[in-house]
Design a protein around this ligand. Structure first.
Ligand SMILES: Cc1cc2nc3c(=O)[nH]c(=O)nc-3n(C[C@H](O)[C@H](O)[C@H](O)COP(=O)(O)OP(=O)(O)OC[C@H]3O[C@@H](n4cnc5c(N)ncnc54)[C@H](O)[C@@H]3O)c2cc1C
Length: 421
């Protein structure tokens, strides 16, 4: 399915990356070439620290190459909920840290001249009903109290921005924007390599052993000795027998894309080119790419029998939003797995000496992955847990993760089945 991904079809991929072979020694080994691992590698290498990134598949194989591309500020939770769940000190720090995270992304994009369709014109969180408008009004108030540049568009401004009258209001967050996510991951990889980072693809870590000097990581054909390890495998953790996986539930999210829209259509549909999503529980996201293709998505796994319900729902929803796109065929379709934590707060763990991880971005990992990767880079140098603005978690601290994942997919299938008819 990933072969039919729009992002894979249009990213400046790094081809012919080597597989790890033989024995190597570095200061820090990073497991996983997504935003978290690549940002950690880049920030370590900027300080002259030697780094090897070991990736089981290829760069951006996980959530980083499959997502919607919304570079959002903060978490899904409202600021008051973040404070209620993490305490005032950590909460305030986390809100500021993640509020500034999109700027970190766009600064890196500019500094390393990354080709990733970056747009810094904000995102639109859209309300289809009165309940949604109330939710946005509450978010507006809470973010404005934090001094964030957010504004609420009324119905006519929303209709003008979106080119559809299906939404009653939209929250415009000017800190945010969009990227072509796989291109951004490739951009981070190129930037890290420019500072000497070695990235190995098809190099799954199969075994991890503690040594007197740190860690020894074994792959199919090679071995890396490192003083420290950053494990950035998140929802795509493989080979759990090698190192304990992060505890989480998973949620699947799919997207489909059309052929490019006509110039006339592009003059009306999403004319400000913002990425959008709505306040529904089974949400809809929609955006354009640089070629003018319309990309729409929602919760759901395209594998197995539920896939047809999800695609039919996407067709019908696109036609409801934009009747003129009713007969436009889908040219690309793909999906990915999102790591959810019970309280929707990401996790930071240092379960063994010299081994650090952050995971569980709950569907918001572009900007958070970038800045938590940087924070992990600082943590492995200083050993000061205060470098990561999260309390330390245990690896196994989530209950009912499989049941929760099952019911989320079942709920999305039911919703899309009913609403596709
Ligand atoms: C469909 C979808 C839509 C989303 N939309 C958005 C959005 O619009 N905005 C947003 O901010 N976030 C979004 N997210 C979330 C975001 O994509 C993720 O939070 C983020 O990509 C996580 O990055 P990561 O580097 O931590 O992990 P990943 O990108 O998942 O990378 C983990 C990597 O580890 C590798 N790996 C696993 N096990 C091993 C091993 N044993 N050895 C070596 N390598 C290993 C995997 O192959 C993988 O490449 C979305 C996610 C999905 C799936």
């Amino acid at each position: 399915m990933q072969e039919k991904s729009l992002w894979r079809a249009t990213a400046p991929l790094l081809l012919d990356m080597p597989q790890l072979a033989g024995e190597h020694k570095v200061d820090v080994a990073v497991i996983g070439a997504g935003f978290t691992g690549l940002s950690a590698a880049l920030h370590l290498a900027q300080k002259g620290i030697s780094v090897a990134v070991l990736e089981a598949n290829e760069i951006g194989h996980g959530g980083s190459g499959r997502n919607v591309g919304l570079v959002n500020a903060g978490l899904w939770l409202k600021p008051a909920e973040v404070i209620a769940r993490t305490g005032e000190k950590t909460g305030e720090r986390l809100i500021k840290f993640l509020g500034e995270a999109p700027a970190e992304v766009f600064n890196l994009v500019q500094k390393y001249d990354m080709e990733c369709e970056a747009k810094t014109n904000g995102t639109l969180h859209c309300a289809p009903n009165v309940k949604g408008v109330k939710d946005l009004e509450d978010r507006l108030q809470q973010w404005q109290d934090q001094g964030a540049p957010v504004t609420l568009l009324d119905q006519s401004q929303t209709t003008d921005a979106l080119g559809t009258d299906r939404y009653k209001a939209a929250l415009l967050d000017k800190r945010a924007g969009t990227v072509q996510p796989l291109s951004y991951a490739c951009g981070l990889a190129r930037a890290a390599m420019s500072h000497g980072v070695k990235i190995y693809e098809k190099s799954a870590v199969l075994k991890a052993e503690q040594t007197t000097n740190g860690w020894s990581l074994q792959t199919e054909k090679g071995k890396v000795a490192a003083e420290k390890v950053i494990c950035a495998t998140n929802a795509y953790h493989e080979h759990a027998q090698a190192n304990q996986p992060p505890a989480m539930s998973s949620l699947y999210y799919f997207q489909v894309a059309t052929d490019p829209l006509s110039p006339n259509q592009l003059a009306r549909i999403l004319k400000g080119k913002q990425g959008c999503w709505d306040t529904n529980t089974i949400l809809t996201s929609f955006r354009l790419n640089d070629e003018g293709r319309f990309v729409i998505g929602s919760i759901g796994n395209l594998d197995h029998m539920g896939g047809a319900f999800h695609i039919n729902w996407a067709r019908r929803t696109m036609a409801q939003l934009y009747p003129e796109l009713k007969d436009k065929p889908f040219t690309h379709q793909w999906y990915g797995r999102i790591a959810l934590t019970n309280d929707h707060i990401p996790r930071f763990a240092n379960p063994m000496p010299g081994w650090a991880m952050v995971w569980g971005y709950n569907g918001r990992g572009i900007a958070p992955g970038t800045v938590f990767g940087k924070a992990l880079a600082e943590f492995v140098q200083s050993n000061d847990a205060d470098d990561v603005p999260l309390a330390q978690a245990k690896l196994k601290a989530e209950a009912f993760t499989k049941t929760q994942s099952f019911f989320i997919e079942l709920g999305a299938r039911g919703h899309h089945f009913i609403n596709a008819r």
